[in-house]
Write a protein that binds this ligand. Structure first.
Ligand code: HEM
Length: 482
């Protein structure tokens, strides 16, 4: 009997593929952009890169002499944009037309069915987007600055005392900020449950390869396989990490509800949504039910945590490979902030060299990799060179800021004010107190970091050893004053 079902399943499956292949071929009245050759039925599947797809797309661009590429895998069409102008034109200017998302079965299997990131335009998308946009305006983000300053100082102290686990300290930093502002929960160090869950969620999100490219995305039917038949690596990974995703949705939400019932006063984003709902002043179209609020909380956690620690890790890499850039920013901090106190957000406008490092760090977020590696926009885009942004009037190149590291148009990251603040304060505080340098082996020889980025929805550098040397005893004293 099982064999009959299997044969029927395979037959229907091939039928669906053939139908998708032929209907797609017929539908195109205009010539398609160039791309890798396609085989019958499976399309260009055998050319699909499994690792670092953004690099393959750049190579295809050169090979087919086009900034816009087309690929069809199993009937699923994809257009790849390698050039800044095209991305801005299509995703910003004509954003209303291109704002929808393809189905993301891998992320659904992982437990992110409710995240706004995968929702298409409609009432659900609009009420979630509105909650984010209202919650994280530039003005609203000011209230989180004392929390961010405090966490950045704790981060610097932990980098000094436990350098080996520096990447886990970055995860702790971003988790501590998000857990506190979203739910009013305090996170205690890298062994806290919330940090462990963040690592589990990060592993699952990282396994998403480029969106829509895992086996689960290509053959969503395999989501029906029972647990014991999770034979495909992406299905197995999504199922392994699903409990962490469930935890970050449910546990903190229940803690907030519990606190409210017990009359415990703690300010948080999720609490403000629950209180707003209870006030009865919300328009029916913006009303959020428990599922909405739980999903908004889980999305805040996942979207804010992984991106922030990835960016701060890239900053560390940039600093050990570019000691002169580091010294220059430290000199700027010393001359503006002095050495008797630590930097705060009040110093931000007076620290342009630090700001340029934050900008340059953003240049390498995978989503915008190709568009920001265009040599007609940046000379030597492969170099970590924050000075490229120095205005022409001050003798610099006056390069324009990168685009796309916070997305585009109607889907632009609603947490960008908060995200940039988190990264800025981590960069400023670390540079003020620590020399970030290559670790030395037992023969006092510097260990060259092997620069390898992970493949995934959010890409980060793989672990490399670093030495975090306090700049002075005074700097350590200031950090200890917390
Ligand atoms: C340095 C930090 C951050 C970076 C680099 C970043 C980057 C991005 C990017 C590139 C997107 C677009 C993804 C896409 O088009 O599929 C995005 C979307 C999003 N981000 Fe961020 N983000 C950061 C921090 C945050 C924070 C702190 C929050 C939470 C408050 C947040 C919430 C979101 C949400 C909800 C979306 C989905 C928007 C939509 O689909 O309409 N992000 N982010």
């Amino acid at each position: 009997m099982d064999q009959i079902y299997l044969a029927a399943g395979l037959f229907s499956f091939c039928g669906i593929l053939a139908w998708r292949y032929y209907s797609n071929r017929k539908k195109s009245p205009y010539p398609l952009p160039p791309g890798p050759p396609a085989d019958p039925i499976i399309g260009s599947m055998r050319y699909m890169p499994t690792e670092r797809p953004e690099l393959a797309y750049i190579e295809w661009g050169k090979k087919y002499n086009s900034d816009i590429l087309y690929i069809n895998v199993l009937g699923q069409s994809m257009v790849i944009l390698n050039k800044r102008e095209d991305a801005v034109e299509l995703l910003d200017r004509r954003g209303a037309k291109y704002m929808d998302r393809p189905p993301l079965p891998y992320f659904d299997e992982l437990g992110f069915e409710g995240m706004v990131t995968s929702a298409n335009n409609g009432p659900y998308f609009r009420r979630h987007r509105k909650a984010f946009q209202n919650g994280f305006t530039q003005t609203k983000c000011i209230q989180y600055q004392p929390l961010e300053e405090n966490e950045a100082r704790q981060l610097a102290m932990r980098l000094i005392t436990d350098s080996e686990s520096w990447m886990a300290q970055m995860v702790t930093f971003s988790t501590a900020i998000i857990a506190n502002l979203a739910y009013g929960i305090e996170v205690n160090g890298k062994d806290d449950d919330f940090v462990k869950w963040s690592e589990g969620v990060g592993k699952g999100v990282g396994g998403g390869a480029s969106a829509s490219a895992t086996m689960v995305d290509i053959f969503p039917i395999i989501r029906n396989l029972p647990q014991w038949l999770s034979i495909f690596p992406s299905l197995k990974l999504a199922r392994e990490c699903r409990p962490y995703v469930k935890n970050i949705h449910e546990m903190p939400f229940n803690i907030v509800k519990d606190d409210m019932e017990k009359g415990i006063q703690k300010i948080s984003f999720i609490r403000s949504l629950l209180e707003e709902r209870a006030s009865g002043k919300v328009k029916p179209v913006d009303q959020l039910n428990d599922y909405d609020i739980t999903s908004i909380g889980g999305t805040t956690y996942a979207a804010g945590m992984d991106t922030t620690w990835s960016t701060t890790s890239i900053f560390v890499l940039g600093m050990i490979l570019n000691p002169d850039t580091q010294r220059k920013a430290q000199q700027e901090i010393d001359s503006i902030v002095g050495t008797d106190r630590l930097p705060t957000f009040a110093d931000r406008a007076k620290l342009p060299a630090v700001e340029r490092i934050v900008l340059e760090t953003s240049l390498v977020i995978v989503n915008s990799y190709a568009v920001n590696r265009d040599t007609s926009t940046y000379s030597s885009p492969e170099l970590f060179n924050p000075d490229r942004y120095i205005p022409v009037s001050e003798g610099g190149e006056g390069a324009i800021p990168p685009v796309g590291h916070f997305g585009f148009g109607r889907r632009i990251c609603p947490g960008q004010n908060l995200g940039l603040n988190n990264v800025w304060i981590a960069v400023a505080t670390t540079l003020a107190t620590i020399n970030i340098q290559k670790k030395k082996d037992k023969n006092e020889r510097e260990i060259e970091p092997v620069v390898e980025m992970t493949t995934g929805f959010v890409s980060h550098p793989k672990y490399f050893p670093v030495e975090f040397q306090p700049r002075s005893e005074r700097a350590v004293e200031l950090l200890k004053k917390l």
